[in-house]
Design a protein around this ligand. Structure first.
Ligand SMILES: Nc1ncnc2c1ncn2[C@@H]1O[C@H](COP(=O)(O)OP(=O)(O)OP(=O)(O)O)[C@@H](O)[C@H]1O
Ligand SMILES: [Mg+2]
Length: 290
């Protein structure tokens, strides 16, 4: 088969694999370490298709390393990782290209290229994965993605240094959405944002997940984010995922870290805030709702 036809056939096969998979990400027996330090040891995790899965754990428990392993930036010592049914371990970048195109990533800290404008940043994955797309269409796609994240169009020609923290996060999100992903990885997207900016970012994430049918792997320390938009939460501790479930399910467990995290003063405040919102929504007559 000609290389072009081979590529098209592979993309078709991956397309079908994605359509069939109920599990977006499956991790089994993952082991990661640096020198003497073992970060993960026998970590298992499933992310269901279409859900927002929150990933929590103390600082340094290996949340970012887990994400980097799934997207192939960190080669695990042991274990299996499947994304939409496709094995990701030991495959060359080229082989896994069809699946790599199906995800978008917002790294911890944003990681925008500082010498490129926002629009140019968004165009980076398009140039990389779809070199045949011409500059005019590329510009149009970038402008659309920028608007999709709630940024004004005028943000396109600006450099990252000219943006506020919240705008940088949105620019990073626009870049993560550049290729119309099925799967979105967000590492601490609301860190450093004020509470109003963080809530707006959460709303945007939920809206995008619902309208675009995304699966979202969301690392966060933000209790408000967990309560307001996550369908389930995975807890990393002791080099493993020690529990996965809804917050109510996690609260029923008597693990000391989980209890302290969700039932500590900040956890209780977040629960109370969500309850207030729900009560308010229940009291508002339907025609009065936005
Ligand atoms: N490239 C690397 N080389 C050596 N050690 C690393 C590397 N990347 C991560 N680590 C170590 O692995 C452990 C887990 O790091 P990771 O960044 O995944 O933590 P985290 O859970 O994301 O923490 P935080 O909540 O602070 O972002 C840490 O002890 C870190 O120092
Ligand atoms: Mg991290």
């Amino acid at each position: 088969m000609a290389p072009e036809a081979e590529k098209a056939a592979e993309e078709q096969r991956v397309e079908e694999s994605i359509a069939r998979s109920e599990v977006a990400i499956s991790v089994r027996g993952l082991k990661n370490g640096f020198g003497e330090q073992l970060v993960h040891d026998g970590l298992d995790l499933d992310v269901r298709r279409g859900e927002i899965l929150g990933v929590v754990g103390g600082s340094g428990t290996g949340k970012s390393v887990l994400m980097r392993s799934i997207i192939g930036l960190q080669t695990p010592l042991e274990g299996e990782i499947h994304v939409f049914g496709e094995s990701m371990i030991g495959r060359l970048d080229d082989e896994a290209l069809a699946i790599r195109k199906r995800w978008g990533v917002l790294f911890q800290g944003g990681a925008l290229f500082s010498t490129l404008t926002v629009a140019e940043n968004v165009e980076v994955p398009i140039r990389e994965y779809y070199p045949n797309i011409g500059p005019k269409l590329r510009d149009e796609i970038a402008a659309y993605k920028i608007r999709l994240t709630g940024l004004p169009e005028e943000a396109g020609p600006k450099y990252p240094s000219e943006l506020s923290g919240g705008m940088k996060k949105r620019a990073g999100l626009a870049r993560a959405l550049a290729l119309d992903p099925d799967l979105l990885f967000l590492d601490e997207p609301t860190a450093g944002l004020d509470p109003i900016g963080a809530a707006a970012f959460d709303d945007q994430t939920r809206k995008l997940q619902q309208t675009l049918g995304l699966t979202v792997f969301l690392i966060t320390h933000d209790l408000d984010t967990l309560y307001s938009i996550c369908d389930r939460v995975a807890v990393l501790a002791d080099k493993k995922v020690i529990a996965v479930g809804t917050i109510d399910e996690l609260l029923a467990l008597d693990h000391p870290w989980i209890q302290e995290y969700f039932n500590g003063p900040r956890g209780r405040a977040a629960t109370a805030a969500v309850k207030r919102e729900k009560d308010k929504a229940a009291q508002t007559p339907p025609e009065g709702r936005q």
